[in-house]
Design a protein around this ligand. Structure first.
Ligand code: SF4
Length: 563
């Protein structure tokens, strides 16, 4: 009889943090693999600590396991040491709950959160002895699926994935399981062909176009338990989704444009879920998840009611960033009743002109007033999100960003306040598919360098302010991959063959390697990242219908360019 700990003893004994690979966490599902009609594996192509905290992963695990005859298991990308040990000991990757090989499952679905995870998907297939190319798989291999934000342009992974789930996954995956259950035993081709008829499923072999799937936010689909890792993960808290989508539609924001229509969870439902989740898990923190939390119409009432219950128990709430134009001190106070954490705001751009171009709809007054009110009321740490390299940005816009920061300090001083510690988390614009800026060029590395130097040089005197800037080379690779066409499959394959693994981690990524590999295939990372598409040009991801009104993106783009 198979004994997992005997079989994998050598590997578990010699790897770092074996508890990443043993499963059996408190509240993990205990479904019987052999008695389940459909065995579904949720595969996360990043480290355990990241994957187990991912909210989409938790929803799907809950939704599938709540069906009596289906089981969902999980697998995360092992660290390099464990990966090497698997190979050296001739062992296969397995699901954490069932300890069954990935290859034994009926369906395996990868959650693609960021493009740099693509090579990890291929490496995980290899660790599972599953052919990396879809065309090489046989009836004995599982159906390989992918979902998540990256699949709104699936082209770079189209040779490797059998089915893409475009849009919300919770309802479509149950339909996939039901259909698969009916078709079990038929040929792989027949199964793929039938599954490709489900709305929201794109099968490279059988589909020409696809319309994204939109799910309702149903109470029964929200988890109130989830596996609690044996050690700290990136988000040790209960997460309650209060809203999906964001109607603000900032022009660079892919999440907003691909998650329409906005759906809001009823306040009583939010409260019920939060109480149950905290009770079941014992977490001392919960987070109210949404793209823009203070846009929920009952957010203050929800927090008031939850505070009544949680305050004496020492349960904190964490809120994602507030909109400065709807900044509510009452809300900040409610969120900070147990512990005053950091106030987070997202001006995105320093000048009014740029904020208008990106459709941010925020004035300098609103930003400064929100910060001033926070500092007056005891917050000493402020986090501001900015983005540089936005379309039509000039050095004057960056100068105005510095002036905004100076003005914040000056206003605090005039009000007799101690200067807060301000961290500016600054990302580099990446033109994302299905946004009004999908046609726009990213700045070249030389242009970005100039802008970073300018910001660093001109902010030196602001001792209380730290400007952190995202890795410019990784942002360029991200732009290259997110705008890519099918030609990029050869590139992804070559990078995987060269050992590209867990590439979103700085210690693993070698930009020169990416650039040289692209060159060897006649591709140029900077050329594609900085390409300005024409408005009437066909885009590689045009076959995906995001249910936006015709010409909506074009009109929004034109409006931005006219400012
Ligand atoms: S407010 Fe935030 S989530 Fe909403 S569209 Fe703008 S950037 Fe996206």
């Amino acid at each position: 009889m198979f004994n997992f700990f005997e079989e994998y003893q050598e590997i578990l004994y010699n790897c770092e943090k074996p508890s990443r690979y043993t499963g059996g966490e408190f509240l993990s599902a205990e479904k019987d693999f052999d008695k389940s009609d459909v065995r579904f594996l949720l595969a996360f192509p990043d480290k355990y600590e990241i994957g187990i905290s991912n909210f989409g992963h938790k929803i799907l695990y809950h939704v599938i396991n709540s069906k009596e005859n289906f089981m969902a298991d999980r697998v995360y990308a092992p660290e390099n040491d464990f990966k090497d040990l698997l190979k050296a000991n001739n062992k296969l990757l397995y699901g954490l709950d069932s300890k069954r090989s990935v290859k034994d499952f009926d369906l395996v679905a990868f959650g693609l959160q960021y493009e740099l995870a693509y090579t990890t998907v291929l490496a995980m297939l290899e660790m599972s002895d599953i052919p990396v190319y879809s065309k090489d798989r046989t009836d004995d291999d599982p159906v390989i699926m992918a979902g998540g934000p990256c699949v709104f342009n699936p082209n770079p992974m189209i040779d490797f994935i059998d089915l893409f789930s475009i849009g919300d996954g919770e309802e479509v995956l149950i339909e996939v399981c039901n259909k698969y259950n009916e078709l079990k035993g038929q040929s792989r081709d027949k199964i793929l062909e039938e599954l490709s008829k489900i709305e929201g499923i794109y099968c490279p072999k059988y589909s020409k176009t696809v319309t994204k799937r939109v799910a309702e936010l149903k109470l029964e689909n929200h988890p109130t338990t989830s596996p609690i890792p044996h050690f700290a993960s990136v988000q040790d808290r209960a997460v309650i989704e209060i809203r999906r989508g964001c109607a603000r539609l900032c022009r660079f924001c892919q999440s907003a444009h691909t998650n329409l229509p906005v759906r809001e969870r009823d306040k009583e439902e939010v409260i019920k879920i939060a109480k149950e989740y905290v009770k079941n898990t014992g977490y001392d923190e919960y987070s109210l998840l949404s793209l823009s939390s203070n846009d929920h119409k009952d957010i203050e009432e929800i927090l008031e009611k939850l505070n009544c219950d949680f305050k004496d128990k020492g349960v904190n709430v964490s809120l994602p960033s507030q909109r400065a134009d709807k900044f509510s001190l009452k809300l900040a106070n409610l969120a900070g009743e147990v512990k005053k954490a950091t106030i987070t705001l997202a001006p995105e751009a320093g000048s009014q002109r740029m904020r208008d171009i990106i459709n941010k709809g925020l004035t300098q007054e609103q930003i400064v007033n929100a910060i001033l009110a926070s500092v007056k009321n005891g917050w000493s740490k402020i986090k501001l999100y900015f983005m540089i390299g936005l379309p039509n940005e000039t050095m004057e816009d960056l100068k105005l960003m510095i002036e905004l920061l100076e003005f914040i300090n000056e206003t605090c001083r005039q009000n007799g306040l101690k200067l807060p510690r301000i961290t500016c988390s600054t990302s580099i614009f990446v033109p994302k598919p299905h946004t009004p800026f999908q046609w726009c060029a990213q700045n070249s590395l030389a242009e970005t360098d100039k802008k970073i130097d300018f910001l660093k040089e001109n902010s030196r005197h602001l001792k209380n302010i730290k400007i952190n800037i995202h890795n410019k080379k990784l942002s360029q690779i991200e732009a290259f991959l997110t705008r890519g066409d099918k030609k990029l499959c050869d590139f992804i394959y070559k990078m995987y063959k060269k050992g590209g693994y867990l590439q979103s981690w700085d210690e693993n990524v070698d930009f020169e390697d990416w650039a040289n590999t692209a060159k060897s295939l006649g591709l140029d990372i900077e050329e594609l990242a900085t390409k300005q598409y024409k408005l009437d040009e066909e885009l590689p991801w045009d076959f995906i219908d995001c249910k936006l009104p015709e010409d909506f993106l074009k009109n929004s783009y034109r409006k931005a360019m006219s400012i």
